[in-house]
Design a protein around this ligand. Structure first.
Ligand SMILES: *Cc1c(COP(=O)(O)O)cnc(C)c1O
Length: 364
């Protein structure tokens, strides 16, 4: 394999990240206490428009805490798309609940609300809406299902920092929502995550679960089983600096998404469509090839030119831990076989987009 010249993602740490991290080191506030934690949480709450934001050490544990705080456990079913990153599904298993996989929509690639409704049983407790690749699920339809059937609504917004529906940030439509700040997410803290909610009792429960189940007003007394899922002040310092520049990052990504679409005109490649009212954050700019073998050929040619791409997610219900050979999810399967994520970091230049388009044109 030739050296990677154009990676799929690259964080931009060119703002106040260094200064804030050095402040942590100089002041010795390097662990999970320190003012950047509160500032990052408050800034993120402001950015999303949710009153409560609880920082955690990654996006996977954010999902674990969200499900625990809602009281979801053994015997409960949670409906989740099979076309997602593994963390969405693993978190359901961590609390002892059962993931029930649903199909996706052909144009937006988000979970299909009509298929979700078909899969509701007396044991269903929650729907986990995963906003894929910077797009948004159809939240009004999913929220209506939750209201009608008395279900909790969890939003996995790991891939949707900055994504809005009719002006409202995703993560504000359900009971609780989670975010990830892994190195390839729209803003990063290295490893990190956030849980947001609009209920103060849920906020206290999430904070207690994050901090070893510590009881209020009594030292070293723990009255529930909790976890150490805290974020460090160093990570929060990086996140706070990233948040200062998020609008610029999102603006440049919108421009990049437009450049890719323009450059691929005349090819058979198909890009992700927006849900009604959606303003995408374009986390991973993604397109479908006409068929699986053409997707694989294009990826191989790009790799030979030192350009990194990724396949759309393999379906979770095909993986050994969750395998269900009787389950047919034809739309999700088609997207999974034909799709590829393109280099999507915000500072990627137009020359790179042109080069990628030239290789795609020669391969289709
Ligand atoms: C990135 C991601 C997560 C969480 O990932 P971490 O690496 O644990 O921060 C969860 N769900 C989805 C859909 C993701 O893409």
């Amino acid at each position: 394999m030739p050296r990677i010249r154009i990676p799929i993602y690259q964080p931009d740490l060119s703002g106040n990240e260094r200064e804030y991290v050095l402040e942590c080191l100089d002041s010795s506030w390097i662990s999970s206490k320190g003012h950047f934690i509160q500032e990052f949480e408050a800034g993120f709450a402001r950015f999303t428009g949710m009153p409560h934001a609880i920082s955690v050490c990654n996006g996977t544990v954010a999902l674990h805490l969200a499900l625990l705080a809602l009281g979801i456990g053994p015997g409960d079913e949670v409906i989740v798309p099979s076309l997602t990153y593994i963390a969405s599904v693993n978190a359901i298993r961590y609390v002892g609940a059962t993931p029930v996989f649903c199909d996706s929509l052909p144009n937006t690639w988000q979970m299909d609300p009509a298929d979700v409704e078909q899969r509701i049983t007396p044991r269903t407790r929650a729907i986990m809406a995963v906003h894929l690749y910077g797009g948004a699920c159809e939240m009004s339809r999913l929220a209506a299902l939750c209201a009608r059937y008395g279900l909790k609504l969890v939003e996995d917004c790991a891939e949707a920092i900055g994504t809005r529906l009719n002006g409202r940030h995703v993560g504000t439509f359900g009971d609780v929502a989670t975010f990830s700040f892994f190195g390839n997410k729209t803003i990063t803290t290295g490893e990190g995550g956030m849980v947001v909610c609009n209920d103060s009792a849920l906020d206290s429960m999430l904070r207690r679960l994050r901090g070893q189940g510590l009881a209020a007003n009594r030292e070293y007394w723990h009255d529930i089983i909790g976890y150490n899922y805290r974020m460090t002040n160093i990570c929060a310092a990086i996140g706070f600096a990233q948040l200062e520049r998020i609008d610029t990052i999102l603006k440049r990504k919108t421009r990049l998404a437009t450049s890719y679409r323009r450059a691929m005109t005349g090819t058979p490649m198909v890009f992700q469509h927006a849900s009604p009212g959606e303003s995408s954050s374009h986390w991973m700019i993604t397109m479908l090839a006409p068929n699986a073998s053409s997707r694989d050929l294009i990826r191989e040619r790009l790799a030979n030119a030192g350009i990194e791409t990724r396949p759309t997610f393999p379906l979770v219900h095909h993986m050994p831990m969750y395998q269900d050979i009787s389950l047919q999810l034809p739309i999700a399967e088609d997207i999974s076989r034909r799709g590829m994520n393109l280099p999507s970091w915000h500072a990627l230049g137009d020359e790179a987009v042109e080069e990628i388009a030239t290789i795609v044109k020669a391969s289709t």
